[in-house]
Design a protein around this ligand. Structure first.
Ligand code: NAP
Length: 243
């Protein structure tokens, strides 16, 4: 086994099962598996070093608090709980654990974010280009738009002075110049596709990242778990890749 690191999986759905396979590929032991019928508990006597949570938005803060009371590190891939982020960051600092959160643990998406930043900086200079984000995911996905699409939206708003708000609802009027539209479709088994489109009167540029499987997310989350050993504080996956 890899340096005797033990992982706990919280949420044994599509991603939880991928995490288990990713850990096996790295020869890391999965010593605990928690799901809705077998939830993690503060009173439990467990033998793990890092928990990896891919559960449900409503479960994240409770799972995080239990893991931090158990004085273990946690990697959180679950999306759509952003309203609790500042609370979680403050509690992470107090607790002395390490917490790695990201809406997308694939290395490809982290490369894509850097390409998107360059594209948005260019579109800021060339005002004839309008910009929008499209995303598609499998039809079981609970949140819409995806956390990744929202993070791409924030990145674009930070770069393009003429865009100041995200529009996620279907508009019943013309989209305002200051609005950045993010549109979502839920279809079949798509693992996750994100496109940034830039459009001028003369041409269209489309940048697309398509996850082929969930393997890339799971490998990234397991990598983050190993990286977190011996660390404390709040991190995003990009902090790890840049370090
Ligand atoms: N960050 C990334 O790279 C990334 C990549 C892919 C997906 N995601 C996110 O990861 C999350 C899970 O996605 P998924 O496709 O694996 O969903 P899923 O197949 O629905 O799996 C979620 C699992 O968590 C369980 N669960 C619900 N509440 C729980 C609790 N309190 N404690 C423990 N387990 C609980 C669910 O049980 P029930 O089914 O019985 O409710 C289900 O087994 C979503 O938020 C998704 O957006 C993130």
């Amino acid at each position: 086994m890899n340096d005797n690191i033990k992982i706990a999986i919280i949420g044994y759905g599509a991603m939880g099962k991928e995490i288990e396979k990713a850990a096996q590929r790295r020869n890391i032991e999965v010593s605990e598996i928690f799901d809705i019928d077998n939830p993690i508990s503060e009173a439990g006597k467990y033998n793990f070093d890092v928990a990896i949570d891919f559960s449900a938005p409503s479960a994240v803060m409770n799972n995080f608090r239990i893991v931090s009371k158990l004085a273990k590190n946690i990697v959180i891939g679950t999306t759509a709980w952003g309203e609790h982020l500042s609370e979680l960051k403050a509690e992470t600092q107090k607790s002395g654990i390490a917490c790695v959160c990201d809406s997308n643990f694939s290395i490809g998406m982290n490369i894509f974010r850097k390409i998107a930043k360059t594209a948005a900086d260019l579109a800021n200079k060339f005002t004839e280009y309008d910009i929008a984000v499209f995303e598609s995911h499998h039809n079981r996905k609970l949140d819409s738009p995806s956390g990744t699409a929202l993070s791409l939206g924030d990145l674009i708003l930070n770069s393009i002075d003429r865009k100041s708000e995200i529009l996620i609802d279907r508009p019943n009027a013309a989209v305002k110049p200051e609005q950045l539209q993010i549109s979502s479709i839920r279809l079949g088994s798509i693992a996750g596709t994100h496109t940034i489109a830039l459009d001028s009167p003369a041409d269209t540029i489309e940048l697309t990242h398509s996850a082929r499987t969930r393997e890339g997310f799971a490998d990234g989350a397991v990598y983050a778990a190993i990286w977190s050993i011996g660390k404390r504080g709040f991190y995003q996956f990009s902090d790890i890749l840049d370090s």
